[in-house]
Design a protein around this ligand. Structure first.
Ligand code: G1P
Length: 297
């Protein structure tokens, strides 16, 4: 029986220290990129990939995220009374995106631990994981590309396999990522057969320049693995180590997606994403482009 990807997990319990002071009292996932919060980009991508259930792993001080995806009766009544139909539709559409549930990570023990918190809500089925800091600008949404790769691999192998979004990074930058020891599939060079993984290697120890990006499709066996991992890089329970353990039981693939990723969890990356996405925005873009061209750099 083929398994569909219906659920997407968003680890969103981190403290956002790279973005202080903005994130002192506000979740970094709610930072506004052009005209919507970071996490909404990821949720829209998961929905475009066919996910109908969104599971957000939160922590203390993250309640504005819940308000954002909830209906807002006062706002809607006020917009309706003023006949602001377009704005009313915009406000309503956010709360209708998907069924969203929340679970908490009580202590910031690492990404592997955050994903483990979703075990009961995910159950025994494969699922997507999207890290909200990674914004992927792509003609075909990145997770949709990955779901297609997951389905194809499942049809070819007769069993499901985890798929990790991947891209080549330059030089020493690999030390900021999970890194794949992998070989390209002879029939599909975008698909990488993973032999090993290492989280944040020193550049001289990195087996390749193939970084893992914040997009994953994981089989439910990952939860058994995550229950047994011990602290790894940075003293944290790493998702990469859970996936490495998965390799003992199942095939794991990397997938070189088509598109451009922005690390919006970093101040420089956020600024660049703001400019690029603003230029592409259908309403704001043209006037912003004119202004930017005239800006005395
Ligand atoms: C996490 C993962 C890492 C991955 C990265 C992608 O690291 O642990 O394997 O390459 O996300 O953004 P973080 O950026 O949370 O340190």
């Amino acid at each position: 029986m083929t398994q569909k990807i219906r659920k997407a997990v968003f680890p969103a319990a981190g403290m956002g220290t790279r973005f202080l002071p903005a994130t002192k009292a506000m979740p970094k996932e709610m930072l506004c990129l052009v005209d919507k919060p970071l996490i909404q980009y990821g949720v829209e991508e998961a929905v475009a990939a066919g996910c109908t259930e969104i599971i957000i792993v939160t922590g203390r001080g993250k309640s504005t995220m819940e308000d954002h995806f909830d209906s807002s009766p006062e706002l809607e009544a006020s917009l309706a009374a003023k006949h602001k139909t377009a704005l009313l539709e915009l406000a309503r559409s956010v709360s209708k995106l998907a069924k969203i549930t929340y679970t908490r990570q009580p202590h910031p023990l690492g990404l592997g631990h955050a994903v483990l918190m979703a075990k009961e809500l995910v159950g025994n089925e494969p699922f997507a994981v999207l890290l909200p800091d990674d914004i992927v600008d792509a003609t075909i949404p990145c997770m949709k590309q990955m779901v297609e790769a997951f389905n194809e691999a499942q049809a070819a192998n007769g069993e499901m396999s985890s798929i990790l979004g991947s891209e080549i990074v330059e030089g020493a930058a690999i030390q900021n990522y999970g890194c794949l020891d992998c070989t390209p599939d002879p029939k599909n060079p975008r698909l990488l057969t993973v032999k090993d993984l290492v989280e944040k290697p020193k550049p001289k120890d990195a087996p390749s320049q193939n970084a893992i990006i914040g997009r994953y499709i994981l089989t439910p066996r990952i939860f058994d693995m995550l229950e047994h991992i011990t602290p790894g890089a940075g003293g944290e329970l790493q998702l990469t180590d859970g996936i490495k353990a998965l390799l003992q039981h199942e095939k794991v693939y990397g997938f070189v997606y088509e598109g451009k990723r922005h690390d919006a969890g970093d101040k420089q990356g956020f600024l660049r994403a703001t400019v690029e996405l603003a230029l592409k925005h259908k309403d704001l873009g043209p006037a912003f482009r004119t202004w930017l061209k005239s800006y005395p750099l």
